[in-house]
Design a protein around this ligand. Structure first.
Ligand SMILES: [Zn+2]
Length: 85
């Protein structure tokens, strides 16, 4: 369980957040100077917008996890209860 947590942490660190390029819409690093797909030069404003987008996505993910996790636990408890009924 501990190893799994460490692994998940490593994966989370390795996966750099990326958002859509303002020009081509493909995923681009929020710290990149240029879009690797179309070469669009990202301005400070573009980067700020990208980070805002990533923040919203992150918050959406957290909210989803907050909904999914209790449901998951509820299901486990339910299965456990049914097995012991
Ligand atoms: Zn692009």
């Amino acid at each position: 369980m501990n190893n799994l947590g460490a692994l998940a942490g490593q994966v989370a660190i390795k996966r750099k957040p990326k958002g859509p390029c303002p020009s081509c819409g493909l995923k681009v690093d929020d710290e990149a100077d240029n879009c690797p797909h179309c070469g669009y030069k990202l301005s400070a404003k573009d980067r700020a917008r990208l980070r805002e987008h990533l923040k919203k996505q992150y918050e959406k993910g957290v909210k989803l996890a907050l909904i999914v996790f209790p449901v998951f636990i509820g299901l486990i408890v339910l299965i456990y209860e049914l097995k012991n009924a």
